[in-house]
Design a protein around this ligand. Structure first.
Ligand code: HEM
Length: 528
């Protein structure tokens, strides 16, 4: 009997403990849910150690992130191995991060433990913290290095390089040869940037002489490939520092060669006595600041070299890949091609090559490029980091949380864009005046919808103080190249009627397959 009542007491006690514990647990969970101070954004179920890595796989990362956002919402928290971050996938949350709380999210996180392999440690620009150096350089970018007057000064460079491209394609055309448009376009954007930045020598492909631009092109390509592999080491946390696959050492080797070339070009600039006016390039501007004892920020040689490395990495591939996607979309949409060519014919005619001053009169061209950049942003993820604890959409975000804005998902969001997956340039034209007729009577300026800079549905160049300083240069090069390629050639696609639109996994999310075409000359500006 005593044993029975003892086990009864034990039984009741166990039950009571269970009830109390369950209630306590429920209370704590509820408290967590209702207290914005400790509630974190929703997160898909994760696995030990790897976190959500299995949900990303080896596919195109912005697309995998987009798929997760469809399931779990526009603000989620993810963990890839040792790296935790929040993922932003719609315009409303992006606005809160990029505008409402701009200063809190103005820094970028350091991805990859690069310090030992970075010759320019502490001199980076793209990853520089929000401080006097970054502010000084950004102002210099906007007011001088990439300003409209500086771009105007180098218009002849863009025209010359476009003509070089056209000549090379015309040779393919006359020989009935295919051309790898991707290769040709990356050579073009690299040459334009090299010459605008430091008047680098670029020789014609066939001539056998020292070609700095070609070598820089090769180094930038290598840097992007190695950088992508090396930054994956970030998921290993401190283990990433071990550089198990040797990518860090190879990065250092590539950077050392880049350093030698830029140092030589810098010395050549320093020896020049008369370098004002037409040829006053970015290197001249930066060396002037370097020599100025009263400059607001004292630049070192490493600052200048790191700046060039950064703009080559940010600006070469992104612009080339944007032209490739625009051409791929045009070739897959014959009605767009027809309308675009009709516009160019009407505005430019067949007595001269299209040029930059034609842009305001080519609204359809601008709409085509804009729509291609909506569907195919070549910098699909913007990386930011929260400086302080912060509440967003009712969730708490801790300081130093890495933040990824999925530009790709935002610009394809079905809540923001009708038929988001379709290529419809007309969405950027004002239909009230759209009579479908392209003659000399239509009011062109009214037709192109620029969209407000505060419209977060469309952010191919990011936003605000940390937004892309090369946007004007990039748009000028992309519009000019597309217009010239359409004005001068008919195109046959190698291996079929349509371009394969599969996306690749590179940083700039280019086409998975090279864009190989047969150009057929239909207008030769050199025979006039
Ligand atoms: C189609 C071409 C391009 C695209 C789509 C693009 C896009 C972007 C994006 C999305 C960002 C991040 C912005 C943010 O976090 O809010 C960025 C940053 C940047 N871009 Fe571009 N870009 C292009 C071309 C260029 C060119 C031609 C240059 C230079 C000549 C350039 C230089 C930079 C630099 C230096 C940054 C970092 C700015 C900072 O951290 O303050 N980009 N770009």
């Amino acid at each position: 009997m005593a044993a029975t009542s003892a086990s009864m007491v034990f039984y009741i006690f166990s039950w009571l403990s269970l009830v109390v514990l369950t209630s306590l647990l429920k209370y704590l969970i509820n408290k967590t849910r209702t207290n914005p101070r400790i509630q974190t954004p929703p997160s898909p179920p994760s696995l030990p150690i790897i976190g959500h890595l299995h949900l990303i796989g080896s596919s195109v990362i912005p697309k995998s992130f987009q798929a997760l956002a469809k399931l779990y919402g526009p603000l989620i928290q993810l963990r890839l191995g040792a790296s935790t971050f929040i993922l932003v996938s719609n315009a409303q949350v992006a606005k809160q991060v990029l505008k409402t709380n701009e200063i809190n999210f103005i820094n970028r996180p350091h991805i990859g433990s690069t310090s030992e392999y970075n010759l320019y440690e502490g001199c980076d620009f793209v990853f520089a913290p929000y401080g006097p150096y970054w502010r000084f350089m950004k102002k210099l970018c906007m007011n001088e290095l990439l300003s409209s007057s500086q771009l105007g000064r180098f218009m002849h460079v863009r025209e010359q390089e476009i003509k070089k491209l056209l000549k090379s394609l015309m040779v393919c055309s006359s020989e009935g040869r295919e051309c790898d448009l991707g290769f040709e376009l990356t050579t073009l954007t690299n040459n334009i940037l090299c010459r605008t930045a430091m008047s680098t020598t670029c020789v014609d492909k066939d001539k056998n002489s020292n070609d700095d631009a070609a070598e820089i092109h090769g180094l930038v390509k290598e840097f992007l490939e190695l950088g992508a592999k090396f930054s994956i080491g970030d998921v290993l946390g401190p283990l990433g520092k071990l550089d198990l696959f040797g990518y860090g050492k190879r990065l250092l080797k590539t950077l050392t060669r880049f350093d030698q070339i830029v140092e030589r070009i810098m010395e050549e600039h320093e020896k020049k006595s008369d370098n004002e006016g037409e040829t006053w390039d970015m290197m001249d501007v930066l060396l002037q600041v370097y020599r100025d004892p009263n400059a607001q920020v004292r630049l070192t040689r490493n600052h200048i070299k790191a700046f060039f490395r950064d703009i080559f990495l940010a600006g070469t591939d992104s612009s080339s890949v944007s032209v490739q996607w625009t051409m791929a979309e045009i070739l897959n949409h014959p009605t767009v091609l027809k309308r675009l060519r009709a516009e160019i014919d009407a505005v430019v005619g067949s007595t001269r090559l299209v040029n930059e001053s034609d842009f305001p009169n080519l609204p359809y061209l601008q709409a085509v490029v804009k729509e291609a950049m909506r569907l195919h942003p070549t910098a699909p993820l913007s990386l930011r980091e929260a400086a302080e604890d912060f509440s967003i959409n009712g969730y708490n975000v801790k300081s130093q949380t890495r933040t990824i804005i999925n530009i790709y998902a935002i610009m394809r969001d079905p809540e923001a864009w009708p038929n988001p997956e379709d290529f419809i340039p007309e969405r950027f034209l004002d239909d009230t005046t759209n009579d479908g007729v392209y003659g000399d009577h239509y009011n062109l300026k009214e037709r192109f919808i620029k969209m407000s800079v505060n419209d977060f549905r469309y952010i191919p160049f990011g936003f605000g103080k940390r937004g892309c300083p090369g946007a004007s240069l990039a748009l000028t090069v992309i519009n000019l190249t597309v217009a010239a390629l359409i004005q001068c050639f008919d195109w046959r696609i190698k291996g079929g009627d349509r371009v394969n639109m599969e996306e690749g996994s590179s940083f700039s999310m280019g086409l998975a397959q090279p864009l190989v075409c047969y150009p057929v000359t239909c207008f030769n500006p050199f025979s006039l």
